[in-house]
Design a protein around this ligand. Sequence first.
Ligand code: NAD
Length: 178
Amino acid sequence: MNEKRGLLIGRMQPVHKGHISVIQETLKEVDELVIGIGSAEKSHTLSNPFTGGERILMLTKALREYNIDPSRYYILPLEDIACNSLWVGHVTMLTPPFCRVYSGNSLVQQLFQEANIPYTQPPLFNRTEYSGTEVRRRMLNNDNWEKLVPNSVIKVLKEINGIQRIQKLNQKEISELV
Ligand code: NAD
Protein backbone atom coordinates (compact mmCIF):
# COMPACT_ATOMS: atom_id res chain seq x y z
CA MET A 1 0.00 0.00 0.00
CA ASN A 2 1.17 3.56 -0.75
CA GLU A 3 2.55 5.53 2.17
CA LYS A 4 0.37 8.37 3.43
CA ARG A 5 2.51 11.45 3.04
CA GLY A 6 1.44 14.93 4.21
CA LEU A 7 2.82 18.42 3.55
CA LEU A 8 3.24 21.11 6.19
CA ILE A 9 4.57 24.53 5.21
CA GLY A 10 5.76 27.12 7.70
CA ARG A 11 7.88 30.24 7.61
CA MET A 12 9.19 29.29 11.06
CA GLN A 13 10.70 32.66 11.89
CA PRO A 14 11.89 31.19 14.26
CA VAL A 15 10.96 27.55 14.97
CA HIS A 16 8.88 27.53 18.20
CA LYS A 17 7.13 24.96 20.39
CA GLY A 18 3.84 25.38 18.46
CA HIS A 19 5.58 24.11 15.31
CA ILE A 20 6.90 21.07 17.20
CA SER A 21 3.42 20.28 18.60
CA VAL A 22 1.77 20.54 15.17
CA ILE A 23 4.45 18.28 13.64
CA GLN A 24 4.02 15.72 16.46
CA GLU A 25 0.21 15.76 16.02
CA THR A 26 0.38 15.50 12.22
CA LEU A 27 2.77 12.55 12.43
CA LYS A 28 -0.01 10.65 14.25
CA GLU A 29 -2.07 10.91 11.03
CA VAL A 30 0.50 10.34 8.29
CA ASP A 31 3.34 7.88 7.65
CA GLU A 32 5.67 10.63 6.44
CA LEU A 33 5.66 14.41 6.56
CA VAL A 34 7.20 16.78 4.04
CA ILE A 35 8.07 19.99 5.90
CA GLY A 36 8.58 23.01 3.65
CA ILE A 37 10.40 26.02 5.09
CA GLY A 38 8.40 28.82 3.46
CA SER A 39 9.79 32.17 2.24
CA ALA A 40 13.19 30.44 2.25
CA GLU A 41 14.85 33.27 0.33
CA LYS A 42 13.89 35.89 2.92
CA SER A 43 16.15 36.95 5.80
CA HIS A 44 17.56 39.94 7.65
CA THR A 45 14.28 41.80 8.10
CA LEU A 46 12.28 42.23 11.31
CA SER A 47 9.53 39.84 10.20
CA ASN A 48 11.94 37.40 8.50
CA PRO A 49 15.20 37.67 10.44
CA PHE A 50 16.63 34.19 9.80
CA THR A 51 17.82 32.59 6.56
CA GLY A 52 16.27 29.46 5.09
CA GLY A 53 19.38 27.50 6.02
CA GLU A 54 19.32 28.74 9.63
CA ARG A 55 15.67 27.69 9.94
CA ILE A 56 16.47 24.25 8.50
CA LEU A 57 19.19 23.94 11.16
CA MET A 58 16.79 25.01 13.95
CA LEU A 59 14.12 22.53 12.86
CA THR A 60 16.53 19.62 12.32
CA LYS A 61 18.02 20.09 15.81
CA ALA A 62 14.61 20.60 17.45
CA LEU A 63 13.09 17.46 15.91
CA ARG A 64 16.15 15.51 17.09
CA GLU A 65 15.74 17.01 20.60
CA TYR A 66 12.12 15.79 20.64
CA ASN A 67 13.19 12.30 19.49
CA ILE A 68 11.14 12.44 16.30
CA ASP A 69 12.24 9.64 13.98
CA PRO A 70 14.19 11.27 11.09
CA SER A 71 13.06 8.58 8.66
CA ARG A 72 9.54 10.04 8.92
CA TYR A 73 10.13 13.55 7.60
CA TYR A 74 11.84 15.56 4.85
CA ILE A 75 12.78 19.22 5.40
CA LEU A 76 13.00 21.38 2.25
CA PRO A 77 13.43 25.10 1.57
CA LEU A 78 10.58 26.62 -0.47
CA GLU A 79 11.06 30.04 -2.02
CA ASP A 80 8.08 32.33 -2.52
CA ILE A 81 6.97 33.26 -6.03
CA ALA A 82 5.22 36.41 -7.24
CA CYS A 83 2.08 34.64 -8.58
CA ASN A 84 -0.14 33.07 -5.94
CA SER A 85 -2.15 31.33 -8.66
CA LEU A 86 0.95 29.36 -9.74
CA TRP A 87 2.26 28.63 -6.26
CA VAL A 88 0.76 25.14 -5.76
CA GLY A 89 2.44 23.96 -8.99
CA HIS A 90 5.73 25.48 -7.83
CA VAL A 91 5.42 23.66 -4.46
CA THR A 92 4.44 20.29 -5.96
CA MET A 93 7.34 20.50 -8.42
CA LEU A 94 9.81 20.78 -5.51
CA THR A 95 8.34 18.35 -2.98
CA PRO A 96 7.97 14.57 -2.77
CA PRO A 97 4.40 13.50 -3.65
CA PHE A 98 1.86 14.13 -0.85
CA CYS A 99 -1.87 13.56 -0.53
CA ARG A 100 -2.92 16.21 2.04
CA VAL A 101 -1.76 19.61 3.26
CA TYR A 102 -1.71 20.57 6.94
CA SER A 103 -1.91 24.33 7.45
CA GLY A 104 -3.61 26.94 9.58
CA ASN A 105 -2.81 29.64 6.99
CA SER A 106 -5.98 30.63 5.09
CA LEU A 107 -4.15 31.60 1.86
CA VAL A 108 -2.33 28.25 1.82
CA GLN A 109 -5.64 26.44 2.43
CA GLN A 110 -7.40 28.39 -0.34
CA LEU A 111 -4.69 27.81 -2.95
CA PHE A 112 -4.52 24.04 -2.31
CA GLN A 113 -8.30 23.75 -2.23
CA GLU A 114 -8.52 25.40 -5.66
CA ALA A 115 -6.00 22.81 -6.91
CA ASN A 116 -8.22 20.01 -5.52
CA ILE A 117 -5.65 18.97 -2.92
CA PRO A 118 -7.34 18.44 0.46
CA TYR A 119 -6.18 20.26 3.57
CA THR A 120 -6.57 19.85 7.30
CA GLN A 121 -6.48 22.73 9.75
CA PRO A 122 -4.43 21.43 12.69
CA PRO A 123 -5.42 22.41 16.24
CA LEU A 124 -3.61 25.43 17.71
CA PHE A 125 -1.40 25.04 20.78
CA ASN A 126 -1.15 28.05 23.12
CA ARG A 127 -1.31 30.40 20.10
CA THR A 128 -1.06 33.61 22.18
CA GLU A 129 2.49 32.62 23.15
CA TYR A 130 3.53 30.09 20.50
CA SER A 131 3.59 32.44 17.54
CA GLY A 132 6.54 33.75 15.52
CA THR A 133 5.34 37.34 15.97
CA GLU A 134 5.30 36.95 19.77
CA VAL A 135 8.71 35.23 19.88
CA ARG A 136 10.28 38.00 17.74
CA ARG A 137 8.60 40.72 19.86
CA ARG A 138 10.08 39.19 22.99
CA MET A 139 13.51 38.82 21.38
CA LEU A 140 13.51 42.55 20.62
CA ASN A 141 12.60 43.35 24.24
CA ASN A 142 14.81 40.70 25.93
CA ASP A 143 11.58 39.38 27.43
CA ASN A 144 11.70 35.65 28.27
CA TRP A 145 11.49 34.38 24.66
CA GLU A 146 13.55 31.30 25.56
CA LYS A 147 10.62 29.43 27.10
CA LEU A 148 8.70 29.59 23.77
CA VAL A 149 11.30 27.71 21.72
CA PRO A 150 13.04 24.31 22.07
CA ASN A 151 16.42 24.34 23.88
CA SER A 152 18.16 23.32 20.67
CA VAL A 153 16.74 26.43 18.93
CA ILE A 154 18.16 28.63 21.73
CA LYS A 155 21.53 27.02 20.99
CA VAL A 156 21.30 27.69 17.22
CA LEU A 157 20.23 31.30 17.88
CA LYS A 158 23.32 31.75 20.10
CA GLU A 159 25.55 30.20 17.41
CA ILE A 160 24.29 32.65 14.74
CA ASN A 161 24.02 35.68 17.09
CA GLY A 162 20.32 35.76 16.25
CA ILE A 163 19.19 38.04 19.08
CA GLN A 164 21.92 40.56 18.33
CA ARG A 165 20.82 40.47 14.66
CA ILE A 166 17.14 41.14 15.28
CA GLN A 167 17.94 43.93 17.75
CA LYS A 168 20.35 45.53 15.27
CA LEU A 169 17.69 45.33 12.52
CA ASN A 170 15.39 47.28 14.85
CA GLN A 171 17.80 50.18 15.29
CA LYS A 172 16.81 53.32 13.43
CA GLU A 173 19.16 54.83 10.90
CA ILE A 174 20.99 57.81 12.39
CA SER A 175 19.41 59.88 9.61
CA GLU A 176 15.93 58.84 10.83
CA LEU A 177 16.65 60.10 14.36
CA VAL A 178 17.48 63.71 13.49
P1 NAD B 1 4.02 29.83 10.23
O1 NAD B 1 5.41 29.49 10.62
O2 NAD B 1 3.37 31.03 10.83
O3 NAD B 1 3.05 28.60 10.56
C1 NAD B 1 3.24 27.35 9.96
C2 NAD B 1 2.17 26.39 10.42
O4 NAD B 1 2.45 26.03 11.76
C3 NAD B 1 0.76 27.01 10.42
O5 NAD B 1 0.09 26.67 9.24
C4 NAD B 1 0.08 26.41 11.60
O6 NAD B 1 -0.67 25.29 11.18
C5 NAD B 1 1.25 25.90 12.45
N1 NAD B 1 1.35 26.63 13.74
C6 NAD B 1 1.98 27.79 14.00
N2 NAD B 1 1.85 28.11 15.31
C7 NAD B 1 1.12 27.13 15.86
C8 NAD B 1 0.62 26.89 17.17
N3 NAD B 1 0.83 27.72 18.21
N4 NAD B 1 -0.09 25.77 17.36
C9 NAD B 1 -0.34 24.91 16.33
N5 NAD B 1 0.10 25.10 15.07
C10 NAD B 1 0.81 26.19 14.86
O7 NAD B 1 4.03 29.90 8.64
P2 NAD B 1 2.93 30.32 7.56
O8 NAD B 1 2.81 31.79 7.49
O9 NAD B 1 1.68 29.54 7.71
O10 NAD B 1 3.73 29.83 6.24
C11 NAD B 1 3.14 29.84 4.99
C12 NAD B 1 4.25 30.00 3.96
O11 NAD B 1 3.69 29.80 2.66
C13 NAD B 1 4.90 31.40 3.96
O12 NAD B 1 6.28 31.28 3.84
C14 NAD B 1 4.30 32.04 2.71
O13 NAD B 1 5.13 33.03 2.12
C15 NAD B 1 4.17 30.80 1.82
N6 NAD B 1 3.25 31.09 0.68
C16 NAD B 1 3.82 31.53 -0.46
C17 NAD B 1 3.02 31.86 -1.55
C18 NAD B 1 3.71 32.39 -2.78
O14 NAD B 1 4.93 32.29 -2.85
N7 NAD B 1 3.00 32.95 -3.74
C19 NAD B 1 1.64 31.72 -1.46
C20 NAD B 1 1.09 31.25 -0.27
C21 NAD B 1 1.92 30.94 0.81
